[in-house]
Each structure stands twice: as structure tokens, then as C-alpha cells.
Ligand binder design. Structure first.
Ligand code: AFP
Length: 314
């Protein structure tokens, strides 16, 4: 049947079509689409909700803003409604929430990474890791069957992997995620660096050495304060290194294995980069608790190796 003349036929590849074409199992495809739907509500909430404090704290004792709470609720509702989720763990909650153990996927998420930057109008995002089965504790990030993030910046982008490369989508005016770039790659050498928890240089001299090397070699600093934006910078530009090293207030670094480091490590490996805690691949660290923190060095392979070497020297 020819298309109606007043209804434009989409000529670009949608997220759903791309997942289908990539051979994603139907249930995983539906779940990623459901997460994409939640992201659309979150980006609307970011544009329209005030950035004030909620008056509550998350499991890490961090002050929540209203948008943290709202984003968390939006995602939770979509996960419950999907009927595909056995359990989930949110960075904003202390306990793993059990839904129905026969459902196929366990989901971990940070509903609004970088939320302290909302009032400054910096790019922020939502991060997801998806595991088969009905457990999260005792798993390793390498067991994820999918990882994705949505970045809410001047444009709203969704980047996903199901273990078949890393693909980027843009939210169009009709409210559909449309393919922008396929098979994004990260080169071995880095020209940009992104040093998180930099206060650690005070009591972690090797981190100060690494900073001096980057400064001496005139690498370009690109650091926003939202991991999701800093990792997207590396994936988008095709090179770079991000570090969040232990020291000062955060002996294990500030970032969480389950909600941030695990999903980003899967995406980075799929793009051709790597990630490490200084000794071991992040992908192989066992999850022992949802509030587990880990140092992380992630991005261009050769640079990740070099940072690990410098950090392990006295
Ligand atoms: P918020 O979500 O509270 O804004 O924190 C963001 C974050 O967890 C991560 O996205 C950043 O990389 C990190 O904090 C920034 O940490 P430093 O202030 O130590 O650089």
C-alpha cells in the first residue's frame, strides 16, 4: 500500500529497527525501548522541573535533588510495566528491588548521573546495565548482556551496546531515537584527559605524577564533572582517558562499580577501549554490594595501561 501523502515515512533507522537488525532477542529489544521511553520523560522533566533539593539523601548520604527522585520514579515505573525485569538496583536506593524472579532481566541504573550540575545546565545522563537472570550480587560486569546511557545535553542522545559494537541515536522532534552513528570506535592513543577526584593528588603522589605527565605532554583537558558526559566525549571523539582514582575523601575513588563503572566498561570495551581499577579489568571485578566503589581508569587502551603503570609506581 503506498504511504498516505500527508504522513512522512521515516527514512532513518529507529532504535527499535536497529536493535531488531542487530539480532537483539525480542525481550531485550522491548526492554531497551522501554528504557528509551523513560528517558524521554526524564529529558522533559529536566527541561520543566525546578532544580531544587528534595530534602532527602540517597544510599551514599548524598543530598538528592527533586530531579534525582523524579528520574528514579520514572525509570522504576517503566521497569515495573515492562514485565521483563526480575529485579533492579538504583543508585538512589539501598536495596535491590525484587519484582518477579521468573522475568528475564536484572537491571542496574543511575537515574541521573551528574545531577549536582543541573542548575549549571551542564550535560547529565542516565546509565543502565542489563544482566540476564534474577541476581545482581555475585555477578561481574562482563556478564552484562547490554549497557546503555542517555545523555541530556544540547541534544538528547542514547548510546547502547548489546555486545555487537556501540551505536549512537538522537532523539528527534517526533520523540523517536534515530540512528546517528554506528560502530563508534576508540583509538589506542589519547590526546584528551579527564582527571576525576583530583583532590586525591594531595595524598596519592603517583596521581600527581600522572597529572604532571599529562601537563608536560600538553594533552588537552576535557572534564565536566558528570562521568556520563566525560565518557561520551571519549566515545564520541574516538580517543581519550578518564580517571577517578582513590585518595582524599574517597579511598576507593568516588564512582560505583554497579551503576557507573560496570556499564561504561562494557561500552568502552565494545568501542575498542579498556578499563581497569589499576590492577584488574573492571569487567572482571565481582559485585559484592550495590554500594561498592572502585577506582577506574578508562578509555584509550595504551593510555589506560600507562596510567595504571604510573599509578602503581612509588
Ligand atoms: P553527582 O551525580 O552527584 O553530580 O556526581 C557525579 C559523579 O558521581 C560522576 O558523574 C563524576 O565523574 C564525579 O561525580 C565527579 O567527581 P569529582 O568531583 O571527584 O571529580
Amino acid at each position: 500500500m503506498p504511504p498516505a501523502p500527508y504522513c512522512p515515512v521515516p527514512s532513518r533507522v529507529s532504535l527499535n529497527a536497529h536493535l531488531y537488525r542487530s539480532g537483539a532477542p525480542d525481550q531485550l529489544r522491548h526492554l531497551i525501548n522501554d528504557i528509551g521511553r523513560a528517558a524521554k520523560y526524564i529529558q522533559f522533566a529536566i527541561r520543566t522541573t525546578e532544580a531544587g533539593l528534595a530534602g532527602t539523601k540517597n544510599q551514599f548520604g548524598e543530598e538528592q535533588i527533586k530531579l534525582d527522585v523524579l528520574s528514579d520514579q520514572i525509570i522504576q515505573q517503566n521497569l515495573w510495566e515492562s514485565r521483563l525485569v526480575s529485579c533492579f538496583s538504583s543508585e538512589e536506593m539501598e536495596d535491590v528491588v525484587e519484582i518477579e524472579s521468573r522475568n528475564p532481566y536484572a537491571v542496574v541504573f543511575d537515574p541521573l548521573d551528574g545531577s549536582s550540575l543541573v542548575d549549571a545546565n551542564f550535560a547529565i545522563g542516565s546509565i543502565f546495565g542489563i544482566y540476564e537472570g534474577n541476581t545482581i550480587i555475585g555477578r561481574r560486569p562482563r556478564e552484562q548482556v547490554a549497557a546503555l546511557y542517555i545523555i541530556y545535553g544540547p541534544r538528547t542522545l542514547l548510546v547502547y551496546t548489546i555486545g555487537k559494537g556501540v551505536h549512537e541515536f538522537i532523539l528527534n522532534e517526533v520523540g523517536e531515537f534515530i540512528l546517528l552513528r554506528e560502530n563508534l570506535g576508540v583509538a589506542d592513543a589519547a590526546k584528551n584527559y579527564s582527571p576525576g577526584n583530583l583532590r586525591a593528588v594531595v595524598d596519592t603522589p603517583p596521581y600527581r605524577n600522572m597529572m604532571n605527565i599529562w601537563l608536560d605532554e600538553k594533552l588537552t583537558l576535557r572534564y565536566s564533572g558528570a562521568m556520563v558526559a566525560d565518557i561520551h566525549h571519549i566515545i564520541s571523539k574516538g580517543q581519550g582517558v578518564f580517571a577517578n582514582v582513590g585518595g582524599s575523601k574517597y579511598p576507593q575513588g568516588k564512582l560505583r562499580l554497579v551503576f557507573e563503572c560496570g556499564p561504561f566498561s562494557f561500552l568502552m570495551e565494545q568501542a575498542g577501549g579498556s578499563s581497569s581499577n589499576g590492577k584488574d579489568a573492571i569487567m572482571d571485578i565481582m559485585i559484592t554490594a550495590t554500594d561498592q566503589r572502585t577506582p577506574i581508569i578508562i578509555g584509550s587502551k595504551t593510555e589506560v595501561d600507562r596510567v595504571c603503570k604510573v599509578l602503581s609506581s612509588k
